[in-house]
Design a binder for this molecule. Structure first.
Ligand code: PEP
Length: 258
């Protein structure tokens, strides 16, 4: 049985003080949720302090990116080894903002995925189409290309050591959420594509949805059979919203069990 995961992507927001205040608000209510898994991905400089604050809680630590290189003369980059040392369990790879703003290609994303695995991190691989691609009917082609770049480099079974996040770019930070049916269709496509190569990997694969998930729409999204949780941007910075989204994952998980 797949266990739902909700991961908060704080992006480049907040301060050390606001991070601590957010944790103070979310950790007590999250302590009561025992069915699903929860993670937060703060900016690099806050990883150590956030990791410290998470000690004793079940909330996992994640990073938002990592270098495709091992170590050396790569000014500004942060390696998988460093993230592992900071206590990270997850790392987001190939977020659309990394792809579009920082020019990361499918090949770079695949190299980052490989680095994450090498250092025992669970990569959260983001895939998704821009609005024009959806409107031209090539969503599946785009998602398949992004996924295949990783499986070509790391093998299909490598997906069992990470998580896929379907994040339609037109839904990220825009307030426009994919409908539960739109999300389910792409998630089923992803599972089917992985399953054509390796059925067991596909069945166990966590596929998160990301793109304007809020307290008000999380339950409907998480009720879809192939939606295994969410990657949450803006709403992960608002304590009540994030806790409500985590509660929706807990309830959806309870429904799966019964
Ligand atoms: C994200 O940053 O991955 C994301 C899904 O953002 P938002 O929830 O704000 O759309």
């Amino acid at each position: 049985m797949r266990v739902k995961l909700v991961a908060g992507n704080w992006k480049m927001n907040g301060s050390l003080a606001s991070s601590q205040a957010l944790l103070k608000a979310i950790l007590p209510p999250l302590a009561a949720l025992d069915r699903a898994h929860y993670a937060v991905c703060p900016p690099f400089p806050y990883l150590a302090a956030v990791g410290q604050a998470l000690r004793g809680s079940k909330v996992q630590l994640g990073a938002q990116d990592l270098s495709q290189f091992d170590d050396g003369a790569y000014t500004g980059a942060v390696s998988g080894a460093m993230l592992a040392e900071c206590g990270c369990r997850h790392v987001i790879v190939g977020h659309s903002e990394r792809r579009t703003v920082f020019g990361e290609t499918d090949e770079i994303v695949a190299a980052k995925y490989a680095q994450a695995l090498k250092h025992g991190l669970s990569p959260i691989l983001c895939v998704g189409e821009v609005l024009g691609e959806r409107e031209s009917g090539v969503t599946e082609t785009v998602v398949a290309r992004q996924l295949d770049a990783v499986t070509a480099r790391c093998g299909t079974q490598a997906l069992s050591r990470g998580v896929v996040a379907y994040e339609p770019v037109w839904a990220i930070g825009t307030g426009k959420t994919a409908s539960p049916e739109q999300a389910q269709a792409v998630h089923a496509f992803i599972r089917g594509r992985v399953g054509a190569a390796d059925r067991r990997t596909a069945e166990a694969l966590l596929i998160l949805y990301g793109g304007s998930v809020k307290a008000g729409n999380a339950a409907q999204l998480f009720a879809m059979p192939d939606v295994d949780g969410g990657l949450i941007g803006g709403a992960s910075l608002v304590a009540d919203e994030f806790v409500a989204i985590c509660r929706a994952a807990q309830s959806a998980q309870e429904t799966v069990r019964t």
